[in-house]
Design a protein around this ligand. Structure first.
Ligand code: MLT
Length: 206
């Protein structure tokens, strides 16, 4: 196994006949590489799935990057961890014979935030993203990314205490400014994945 693949992860090969779009599953704080496998199955049962564990520990809980406080991100660490994750995904593409750049990131909370950072900083790794309970990763987003071929879904709750409506609106505006084809699927709940939006997302993956 190559050094860059040397982090805990799950890879599932997907359907042999007509594999779906490859999914990169990114868990929330305190989760692990197994957390979102059922979600991947629900969204696109024939897809290859790559699900890494976040490489940062906060009080014993795995995350994808450091934060200074709730909602206050360490942007230097976010940049470094984003590059580390992008390199891991490229190595996994070669190891598991998945077209590089075809991955759709599906992230929840901290996983959604590093998925946004991947889009903004390393767009060549992804073809799109589904962001659940997502926040704004960078106060000033990196400039220069061209997301015009990237389809992005943002599904935040109207009562999410960590992602207020203004924050969701800012994230959506930042991604649209980079050219992303963006669809919003809001729901009335909080910091969660609302099952009522999953059919529409599954349809988009088909
Ligand atoms: C979390 O608890 O994971 C936060 O809401 C999101 C983050 O820190 O990235």
């Amino acid at each position: 196994m190559s050094a860059r693949l040397d982090r805990p992860h799950v890879f599932l090969p997907g359907g042999a006949d007509r594999p779906g779009v490859p999914l990169l599953m990114l868990h929330g704080t305190g989760g692990d590489e197994h957390d979102l496998l059922a979600l991947a199955q629900r969204l696109s049962p024939a897809s290859p799935v790559l699900s890494p564990r976040g490489s940062v520990l906060e009080g014993g809980m795995a995350r994808f990057f450091r934060r200074q406080a709730e909602g206050v991100f360490d942007e230097d660490d976010l940049r470094a961890r984003t590059d580390e994750l992008a390199d891991f995904v490229l190595a996994a593409s070669a190891e598991y014979d998945v077209e590089p750049g075809a991955w759709v990131a599906v992230g929840f909370s901290n996983g959604a935030n590093i998925a946004s950072s991947l889009l903004m900083r390393r767009p060549e790794v992804l073809s799109g993203a589904v962001l659940f309970a997502a926040m704004v990763p960078y106060a000033q987003p990196p400039s220069g990314a061209d997301l015009s071929r990237h389809r992005v879904v943002v599904s935040n709750g109207d009562r999410d205490p960590m992602a207020a409506r203004e924050q969701t609106a800012l994230l959506v505006a930042q991604l649209r400014a980079l050219g992303a084809q963006l669809e919003e699927l809001p729901h009335p709940g909080g910091h969660t994945i609302d099952p009522t939006v999953l059919s529409r997302i599954a349809e988009l993956m088909g």
